[in-house]
Design a protein around this ligand. Structure first.
Ligand SMILES: Cc1ncc(C[n+]2csc(CCOP(=O)(O)OP(=O)(O)O)c2C)c(N)n1
Ligand SMILES: [Mg+2]
Length: 338
């Protein structure tokens, strides 16, 4: 775990940046609470995987990125794409399967993408984003820019072949990819600690000659610092990095999972470490956000989400004849899209 003392006023992040990070974390939490409510009311179809508890990881990570950088994400990706810049109203429209959603309603909760913001896509295939991120890294290298790609994935993905293939090639090709493992201690109902002889994930990355470290995933500032270092290295041509962010999924694997396999004491302990409460406390100690400002922020977020739900509800449902549109890109023999 990171030993950084984040109670002191940070010198590497401004007040505005920190307040914006806190607002994003609150927005993600409130977005998912709202999505859960409407899912349970039967307005949203399919599965809903919530990331309550993990907000500090995507927000700390994306605070170290530029708009022109890339991310890939997972089935539990609402927080990742919101942290990179997605807007709740188009997210809700996607969850509601409407034409105004990020993927015209064809992706749903698990497959949100917005190429204009470098969001190459969330992915329902466990470890599916890892090889894609390595490919994005190769594309950056071939184009010679100083962009980076961040790959978000869960601890469960580290047992998949795609993880090893992606890290091996990223190392071999020396591409600017930061692999950010959101270790929430469970892969579905399987406790992470019971999955391997040696569960030191950073060590696994180091075996591919990729620098790896473990960071407190409930501490947005610590995550930011760790990712920033990796991003600076990647931009300077230093190749890929691996970061394991230790975090926790407050709820079950999906909405409806009673999660009886998660011990009560463990859940309580991690709830006390909530990254949103932590950053909120820090902002108050530093005089960056008063109680009234915090309450106003909560109201603003709530209003934005309610407007987003109304936008989704009033958006059109796609016509059946459009079902196969936008699914494939056709290229000519020179690789130009037709
Ligand atoms: C290749 C593949 N295998 C199995 C599944 C079913 N599945 C969906 S999520 C999940 C657990 C993933 O755990 P982790 O990577 O830790 O992510 P988390 O759900 O904890 O965010 C599994 C096994 C899948 N979607 N894809
Ligand atoms: Mg997990």
């Amino acid at each position: 775990m990171s030993k950084e003392i984040t109670e002191q006023v940070p010198e590497d992040l401004t007040k505005d940046q920190l307040v914006a990070m806190y607002r994003r974390m609150r927005l993600i939490r409130a977005f998912e609470n709202t999505a859960q409510k409407h899912f349970e009311a039967g307005e949203i179809a399919g599965f809903l995987h919530l990331s309550q508890g993990q907000e500090a990881v995507p927000v700390g990570t994306c605070a170290a990125l530029r708009g022109s950088d890339y991310i890939t994400s997972t089935h539990r990706g609402h927080g990742d794409v919101l942290a990179k810049g997605c807007e709740p109203k188009y997210m809700f429209a996607e969850l509601y399967g409407r034409t105004t959603g990020y993927c015209k309603g064809k992706g749903g909760s698990m497959h949100i993408a917005d190429f204009s913001q470098g969001i190459i896509g969330a992915n329902g295939i466990v470890s599916g984003g890892l090889p894609i991120a390595t490919g994005v890294g190769l594309s950056i290298k071939m184009r010679g820019t100083d962009q980076v790609a961040v790959c978000f994935f869960g601890d469960g993905a580290t047992a998949e072949g795609g993880f090893h293939e992606a890290l091996n090639l990223a190392s071999l090709w020396h591409v600017p990819v930061i692999f950010v493992c959101q270790n929430n201690l469970y892969g579905l109902s399987q406790p992470w600690a019971e999955t391997a002889y040696d569960c030191d994930l950073a060590q696994r990355a180091r075996s591919y000659h990729i620098p790896g470290e473990c960071v407190d995933g409930m501490d947005a500032i610590a995550v930011y610092r760790s990712v920033k270092e990796a991003v600076d290295r990647a931009r300077a041509g230093g190749g890929p990095s691996f970061i394991e962010a230790k975090t926790y999924r407050f709820l079950g694997h999906y909405v409806g999972d009673p999660a009886l396999y998660m011990p009560k004491k463990e859940r309580e302990t991690w709830r006390e470490r909530d990254g949103i409460l932590k950053l909120g406390r820090q902002l108050r100690v530093w005089g960056y956000l008063s109680g009234e400002e915090d309450a106003r922020m909560a109201e603003d977020v709530e209003a934005e989400l309610q407007a987003g739900i109304e936008y989704a509800r009033s958006s059109p449902i796609p016509a059946p004849e459009e079902a196969l549109n936008d699914l494939y890109v056709h290229f000519d023999h020179l690789g130009n899209p037709l």
